[in-house]
Design a protein around this ligand. Structure first.
Ligand code: FAD
Ligand code: MLT
Ligand code: ZN
Length: 480
């Protein structure tokens, strides 16, 4: 089928407003958030409903053209943009953003895939419930993208990743059929779980068109504090003490090194240092409760006082108002943006067992600094989940581009080898996409790769759904 014929069929199915091949309109959606990959597409299609998604998938299948599903394009591994040579159909879900239903009695919400995360939060709150997953990109990331990457974020500690919060999925499979899995059942043992197969599949097994999500009771009272401390092991010890004192009120526990805070203070407007002195490590902690805000605060102050007296933490500031709590969260949630403004970084989204993470962070930092003279490590993130973003920047004053061209690949392999040796994963929450594919192929065990390929082959024999993402073609580092 010629390109013109494909565009004609797409326009006939979606109407002229649903299809564009205009370069200017397409351009912002072809480059990933971090600006590392620019792909190519013959068209951007924006279906309004699942039937239109089915039409696009059928046309692409007949024409043998790749489809790249895209939500907010905030992904960190370039999974939502085509490869440079793809000439793909870029399928945006952003017009499909209806809230289909909210059922407070069932503690569930059903939304279309293009619904933005902060809207899910707001809608749940209108019903005295909450959707307990959040991240810095909450105003752009969509439910479809969050499920397709099995996103984590800052509340995994208590509520788990996106998989744990996804009750049901509706999706168009690669043959154009509709999987109607929008149930909100908490228990369902009818064999293989297609919902869990589609979650974390990064768009390689189908297009998610809607999802039912788990809600939890509202917990309007929060205590947010910023802690200053000198070692990563002290941070984990602090978390365990807080949990012992306050139980599962502890919902977030985010590690911020001095270097990450410095980047935020340098690049992000309206931010200021929360503690008098700089500390090697900082932690943002948030507690939540449905009632008794004074009691929560008193118990928190007592626990923090005790921990301060042990010397595990050096300083602490508790937010006195919602505005102060928001200001502390801004320091954490804008790290990725500050890092992007600052320049290039070799980003590593690694996990190891939670108890091993504090020593891993300290030891791996020393090892990288020793192996790559002058390299600057910025390791921040979800310490309580055993997941940090172990990012490495070029030496101060170096030509970033030249340094990464020469050294970037070796840095990636070095950090991933350390992670692998510690029994960890090279993708804790961002996925594999295009950027981690070669490293995944290099380090994954053959049985895992064979099973992934077999599932992909069974559901998408024509390889039209997001090819070149997540599933390595072979075990070489040559994967695109
Ligand atoms: P996109 O980037 O558009 O796509 C991501 C992947 O999902 C692609 O493979 C795409 O093909 C696929 N996809 C998208 N929609 C669908 C669909 N409907 N059906 C099938 N496949 C689909 N991630 C975390 O896990 N934790 C964090 O703390 C975190 N913080 C972030 C902070 C910032 C500032 C930014 C920019 C990103 C952050 N991310 C984080 C990464 C990102 O927000 C998540 O990966 C998010 O899940 C992507 O959602 P999206 O709608 O932007 O998806
Ligand atoms: C975060 O935790 O802030 C994100 O995952 C973004 C990033 O890794 O840069
Ligand atoms: Zn993260």
């Amino acid at each position: 089928m010629t390109q013109d014929a494909i565009l004609e069929r797409l326009s006939a199915a979606l109407g002229p407003k649903g299809v564009t091949a205009d370069n200017e309109t397409l351009a912002p959606w072809l480059t990933d958030w971090r600006g590392r990959i620019t792909g190519s597409a013959i068209a951007l299609v924006s279906p309004k409903n699942r039937e239109e998604v089915q039409s696009v998938v059928r046309i692409a299948g007949e024409a043998g053209v790749p489809i790249v599903p895209q939500g907010g394009n905030t992904g960190m591994v370039a999974g939502g943009v085509p490869r440079p040579h793809d000439q793909a159909i870029l399928l945006s879900l952003r017009k499909m953003d209806a809230i289909r239903s909210v059922d407070p009695g069932d503690n569930s919400i059903t939304v279309e895939a293009g619904t933005i995360l902060s809207r899910v939060h707001a809608t749940a709150a209108e019903h005295d419930r909450r959707f307990p997953l959040s991240l810095g990109a909450k105003d752009s990331a969509t439910v479809g993208g969050l499920i397709a990457t099995n996103a984590g974020g800052t509340q995994v500690l208590r509520f788990g990743s996106m998989r744990a919060l996804t009750l049901g999925i509706e999706a168009v499979l690669p043959d154009g059929s509709l999987f109607e899995g929008l149930s909100t059942l908490r228990k369902d043992n009818r064999g293989y779980d297609l919902r869990q197969l589609l979650a974390g599949a990064e768009g390689t097994l189908g297009v998610i068109t809607a999802a039912s999500l788990r809600l939890v009771p509202a917990a309007p009272h929060r205590c947010v504090a910023w802690l200053g401390l000198e070692t990563a092991p002290n941070a984990l010890a602090t978390l365990r003490r807080l949990e012992a004192a306050l139980g599962d009120a502890v919902e977030s526990f985010e590690l911020v090194p001095e270097a990450a805070l410095a980047l935020v203070l340098q690049h992000i407007a309206d931010t200021r240092a929360p503690l008098e002195k700089a500390h090697r490590w900082n932690v943002l902690v948030e507690l939540r409760a449905a009632s008794d805000p004074e009691g929560l605060r008193t118990r928190f102050e007592t626990a923090l006082g005790e921990i301060l007296s042990t010397g595990l933490i050096a300083d602490a500031a508790i937010a006195e108002s919602e505005a102060q709590a928001d200001a502390l969260w801004k320091l954490r949630e804008t790290i990725a943006e500050a890092e992007r403004i600052d320049g290039m970084a070799a980003k590593h989204d690694v996990s190891v067992p939670v108890s091993a993470m504090p020593d891993f962070v300290e030891d791996a930092t020393k090892a990288v600094e020793q192996r790559f003279a002058g390299a600057r490590v910025v390791a921040f993130g979800h310490l309580g989940d055993g997941n940090v973003h172990f990012n490495v920047r070029a030496p101060a004053g170096a030509d970033d581009k030249a340094w990464f061209a020469e050294t970037g690949g070796a840095v990636n392999r070095f950090v991933h080898d350390l992670t692998h040796a510690a029994g960890g994963s090279l993708s804790a929450e961002h996925g594999i996409g295009q950027l981690k594919l070669a490293e995944f192929a290099r380090l994954a065990d053959p049985a895992r790769l064979a099973a992934l390929r077999a599932i992909k082959q069974a559901l998408d024999p024509g390889n039209i759904m997001n090819p070149g993402k997540l599933i390595p073609l072979d075990n070489s580092a040559e994967n695109p």
